[in-house]
Design a protein around this ligand. Structure first.
Ligand code: FAD
Ligand code: SF4
Length: 339
């Protein structure tokens, strides 16, 4: 049995208290939301905080509401289960609710939060292991070591962004609202991830993610999420694809977005140019455009031996998942489980 290391649990009741504790304890403390990723990682010796600052009691981090300008505001502590079960959200942000509903299994989704999912650590077969296992291999440069087992001679970690909500929020142009003892900061989600799996988040010290804003213009659009994984009942993505299609007053596509995750340290937006512009979703031309989008994504996606699943097989699956996810968005029939 793997044991948790010793730590002190701090339970602030307000955001201000949490920000003060975060500033006081600095790098000796870590925030905990649902704990569904952090606690297993602590058992593996990947994180060794002296203090855990729990966000559970902070009301300001909860709630789903519409801002005055129509934007959708999702509290960082919103659970994935409540996102997935919300009919109104299924209509407004289908790719996001479908992605939330495919994270892990029901028990984990009832504790796991949107904030924790967005800020999830990157994953790698050589890293998400026990301390004993990693020590036997001489560790790796993401934690305690100096070499990478995935890329021989590699100087940068390529562990994979594995959070299912990420591509969905990318196609929705989401904005993240952070607070720290220094004040408030708003960051476009596309600027959150860096191309280094060991330092993959553009977070500043002591920052707490307070809420996610989805602009009004992105709400009520067609969307879907497709997820490739070993067991559809629980696993992390081997590939995750989110699609968004905006339809104009004449019933034609005016904007199409596609984003892929579980490749390297950050999700990858696949630029589609004007491939779908002016097409009716029920047309032959739309079906041909999904084929071309699949081919475009295949060119851009190069899965690595960082997470389970043969990288070549994962790459061959890219066009299939992309085509099916775009078709599901068009038909409103997502989510997509290709295997
Ligand atoms: C068996 C299993 C299967 C899983 N499958 C999947 C899967 O398929 N897809 C997937 O995406 N994830 C999966 N996960 C990982 C995890 O359950 C989810 O990503 C979950 O959404 C994490 O949320 P949490 O609230 O539990 O985060 P926590 O574990 O509490 O925190 C995760 C990280 O985010 C930080 N954090 C959390 N909230 C905030 C905040 N508001 N501000 C600043 N920092 C914050 C924490 O400090 C920590 O570093 C799986 C986990 C397990 C154990
Ligand atoms: S990609 Fe390389 S450095 Fe990063 S966790 Fe895996 S083995 Fe370690």
């Amino acid at each position: 049995m793997l044991r948790l290391p010793q730590f002190s649990l701090l339970r602030p009741a307000t955001l201000d208290e949490a920000l003060a504790l975060s500033a006081e304890h600095g790098s000796r403390a870590q925030l905990i939301a649902g704990g569904t990723d952090l606690l297993p990682n602590m058992k593996h010796g990947l994180f060794e905080p002296e203090f855990l600052i729990s966000l559970q009691d902070i009301k300001e981090l909860r709630g789903i509401r519409r801002a005055e300008n129509g934007d959708l505001c999702l509290g960082a502590m919103t659970t994935l289960a409540s996102l997935a079960a919300n009919d109104e959200l299924n209509r407004l942000v289908p790719a996001l609710t479908q992605a939330a509903g495919l994270v892990a299994g029901p028990q984990i989704r009832s504790a796991a939060t949107l904030g924790g999912n967005i800020l999830l650590d990157t994953r790698c077969e050589w890293y998400n292991q026990t301390h004993f296992w990693r020590q036997a291999l001489g560790y790796c440069l993401k934690k305690d070591g100096s070499l990478c087992h995935v890329i021989e001679g590699g100087k940068k970690c390529v562990a994979a962004a594995s959070c299912d909500s990420a591509p969905a929020l990318m196609v929705l142009d989401a904005e993240l609202v952070f607070e720290s003892a220094r004040g408030k900061r708003q960051l476009a989600i596309r600027d959150l991830w860096r191309a280094d799996g060991a330092l993959h988040l553009a977070l500043e010290p002591g920052e707490i993610l307070v809420r996610v804003r989805v602009p009004a213009a992105a709400l009520g659009r067609l969307g879907a999420y497709g997820k490739l994984r070993d067991r559809n009942s629980i696993d992390f993505p081997l590939l995750g694809v989110a699609a968004r299609l905006d339809i104009d007053g004449k019933g034609l596509v005016s904007r199409a977005e596609l984003c892929v995750t579980a490749l390297a340290a950050r999700p990858l937006a696949i630029g589609l140019g004007g491939l779908f512009d002016g097409l009716a979703v029920a047309s032959e031309a739309f079906a041909r455009a999904t084929e071309r989008a699949g081919a475009l994504a295949y060119k851009r996606c190069h899965p690595l031996a960082n997470i389970p699943g043969d990288p070549e097989w994962r790459r061959e699956m890219v066009p299939l998942v992309v085509r099916r996810t775009l078709a599901a968005a068009a038909q409103g029939s997502g989510p997509v489980h290709p295997v």
